[in-house]
Design a protein around this ligand. Sequence first.
Ligand code: ADP
Length: 161
Amino acid sequence: MKQHIAIYPGSFDPMTNGHVDIINRGLEIFDTVVVAVARNNDKNALFSIDERIDMINQLIESNPRIQVETFSGLLVDYVVNKQARVILRGLRAVTDFEFEFQLAQMNRTVCPQVETMFMMTSPECAYLSSSIVKEVGRLKGDISKFVPPLVAHRLIEKFNN
Ligand code: ADP
């Protein structure tokens, strides 16, 4: 039977409960979810690519239906190379829409056989982003409700150094 693969691209700097929610819901629909960490816009990242990959690998606890990879260059090229057809993205507020709309249209124009599919955020994750979590962490606020315990631990370590 044909395997349905979704590529879930992003920065994941670091992974939040919002990302985890999208991955878990993605697994209800797709056989495999590939978490694809982008190497492109790495300049202002808090965690290195290796640190992010390491955290994600620990979080997914060797679930054989989740793969963790990095990619650089055009996302659609990477998707086609993986023999996948679906890019999975999450949508939070209206503010996400414009950028995601532009990105999806562009990807579709460049590569019509690749489809972008969106999942609405779960209400409890609607206000969560990696940036806001980093900001709260930087100011020594309680981040335990926003990220998995491992990520909270790594954020506290980062900001204590
Ligand atoms: P990017 O830099 O590509 O936006 P992110 O790591 O910020 O990378 O996000 C990756 C994907 O996860 C995006 O589709 C984003 O909309 C989605 N996402 C991030 N946080 C949430 C959340 N709280 N709820 C739903 N989707 C989310």
